[in-house]
Design a protein around this ligand. Structure first.
Ligand code: SF4
Ligand code: SF4
Length: 106
């Protein structure tokens, strides 16, 4: 991991994917605010990510400049699992691709 978290100035994945959640992640069972999600079949997605161009309703700031997730502490599981590096230290190729970068060799 670099010295500074690149997510603080990126936000690309929050404005690219449809962010899906299980129902148990959404209020009142879970912690993701119900007002920020739309139903998709028996599941949910973060509002703004099921349209084009996608951008999660919870993403604040300007892409590539300064961004933050307004529900960071209760963000969906899929967001928690998508990072620059995987838990085993290998680069997440999808993250690097979104940023137009080649993953470093490890
Ligand atoms: S996980 Fe990767 S694509 Fe998503 S905000 Fe962080 S650096 Fe950008
Ligand atoms: S909930 Fe937060 S981390 Fe997840 S896509 Fe939206 S802004 Fe990004």
């Amino acid at each position: 991991m670099s010295e500074e978290n690149p997510c603080l100035s990126c936000g690309a994945c929050c404005a690219h994917f449809r962010i899906m959640l299980h129902g148990d992640e959404v209020e009142p069972v879970g912690h993701v605010p119900r007002a920020l999600v739309d139903p998709v079949g028996t599941a949910f997605c973060m509002k703004g990510t099921d349209s084009y161009p996608p951008r999660c309703i919870a993403l604040e700031g300007e892409l590539g400049q300064v961004v933050r997730c307004s529900i960071y502490d209760v963000r969906p599981q899929v967001c928690r699992e998508f990072n620059e590096y995987e838990l085993d230290g290998t680069p997440n190729p999808a993250c690097f691709k979104l940023r137009g970068l080649v993953p470093p060799k490890v």
